[in-house]
Design a protein around this ligand. Sequence first.
Ligand code: AMP
Length: 280
Amino acid sequence: MQIIRSVPEMQALAEALRAQGQLIGLVPTMGALHDGHLTLIRAAAERADAVVVTIFVNPAQFAPSEDFNKYPRELENDVAKCEAAGADYVFAPPNEEIYPKGYSTYITEEHVAKPLEGVSRPSHFRGVTTVVAKLFNICRPDLAVFGQKDAQQVAVIRKMVADLNFTVDIVVAPTLREPDGLAMSSRNRYLSATQRVEALAIHRALYKARDMVAAGEIRSDRLVAEATHILSQQRRIRVIYVSLVNRSTMEPAREVIPGETVMAIAAWMDEVRLIDNIVL
Ligand code: AMP
């Protein structure tokens, strides 16, 4: 497996792979890889001839108050995991390669990105769409794999791909969870043992909604009230939102349409911001 650090080198490689008729699969990540990321790499390897994993902690998607500086960085470890999961190339550019001095062009999706995460993290998706568009231009993928764990990110990327006529197939991999239900996340390592136990309430709230829907409840207000009640029983959890939305538009859903409606939760577990969701 090869590690690439520069944009021109990655572009030349992508060009050469395409000239050989190889299908390129891209898996964008910020590193600190866990098994959830590895599922994405395997999904790419099943569908593409050449799998490129990008490892880049994108400063543009962090607000100044957020955890950019303390975000875990462990490239050597990550590279070994990528190789074991079936990646062919790791593209891990330094910051100046992606945002050279004087960089000034950004992409904003202006509808799907607005609610939920967009309210509490107003510049987050602008950073995501900008870096993903750049990675598409640099790595020239035929397909790119994203995790359902970030449901709104998937919806925003799909909208950007449609609006900007990118010819990249977006593949979505299901959320991988710890055995106790906690959604895997690079940020889980910030949690103490006690915080981690309380954080399981997020998973309980989502699965309670799923069970209520299975029992015939489709009213959004009742599902949200029950999930909020479950979360409110934890002393350290502060709810940011509990919402039922359409999975493509992120617009509020008054009633569940099976397979179309997502319950999305964001909450502070003390100082750690966690998100999770379930397709109902
Ligand atoms: P990140 O490195 O956190 O930016 O995540 C990179 C990709 O991995 C994104 O497409 C995420 O949605 C996806 N991802 C993160 N956590 C999980 C998980 N638990 N299961 C599946 N995919 C995930």
